[in-house]
Design a protein around this ligand. Structure first.
Ligand code: KIV
Ligand code: NA
Length: 263
């Protein structure tokens, strides 16, 4: 296949083909996912939980993400590599730029940041300086203490309106991808329909432009509590390749996420 690019993702969205994204943290799994046709590999700060055993993403450092990004980039050939900016690494536009450069130099083609209105100057600052940005709205795990736990977001009219406005604003500021996490499926659809950039849902319903899952959840190896939006794609499969291919097929044919995985 051709290398996945941002215009390529926008083209997929325009022709109505769903986009597949998975987290990856090492070269071997990156290579496998790339071979299976996954369009985007995310070095998520979920690595703090699934690789390091912490109970949140907050202890993850820039060096941790850079280390895993370099490994993923070595294993990957065609997928788009997106790296999470960890907690505390993008408090100001300048800090965000300096830190994002480290991730780009490690092999990231785009960086992901959690937040809305307060991040607009940072998104503008990075994208003007040639660092593509994926925004992340809804349940933003780095804000777990402020949110009071890992809870579905956008359930009230006021919070849904704010999220819709923030989605438009991050697009306007220059973001070219938007992750929507743990929001009602109806809101996921409304936001997706209002934007020209692709949305990638995790617990945001089937009408997002694409879907993302944490690799360990897809394989059923994460020992912690299972979120509603998680599906173990190893069930009924006899290899990891087959599980990843089943995920890709289910996202493409819109059978995942089903209602049971949505809010
Ligand atoms: O860190 C992560 O794995 C993520 C995805 C769940 C979107 O941010
Ligand atoms: Na993350």
């Amino acid at each position: 296949r051709k290398a996945v690019s941002i215009p390529g993702l926008i083209a997929l969205r325009e022709k109505g083909e769903k986009i597949t994204m998975l987290t990856a943290y090492d070269a071997s799994f990156a290579s496998l996912m790339d071979r299976c046709g996954v369009e985007i590999l995310l070095i998520g700060d979920s690595l703090g939980m699934v690789c390091q055993g912490h109970d949140s993403t907050l202890p993850v450092t820039l060096q941790d993400v850079a280390y895993h990004t370099a490994a993923v980039a070595r294993g990957n050939q065609k997928a788009l590599v997106v790296a999470d900016m960890p907690f505390g690494s993008y408090a100001t536009p300048e800090a965000a730029f300096n830190n994002a450069v480290q991730l780009v130099q490690a092999g990231a083609q785009m960086v992901k940041l959690e937040g809305g209105t307060w991040l607009l100057p940072t998104i503008k600052f990075l994208t003007e300086r040639a660092i593509p940005v994926c925004a992340h709205l809804g349940l933003t795990p780095q804000s777990v203490h402020q949110l009071g736990g890992y809870k579905v977001q956008g359930k009230t009219d006021a919070s849904a309106s704010l999220l819709k406005a923030e989605a438009l604003a991050v697009q306007e500021a220059g973001a070219t991808l938007l992750v929507l996490e743990a929001i009602p499926a109806s809101l996921g659809k409304e936001v997706t329909d209002s934007l020209h950039i692709p949305t990638i849902g995790i617990g945001a319903g089937v009408d997002c432009s694409g879907q993302v899952l944490v690799m360990h959840d897809l394989l059923g190896v994460f020992p912690g509590r299972k979120a509603r939006f998680v599906k173990n794609f190893m069930e009924g499969q006899t290899s990891i390749d087959a599980a990843v291919l089943a995920y890709v097929a289910a996202v493409k044919d819109k059978s995942f996420p089903a209602l049971e995985h949505s809010f």
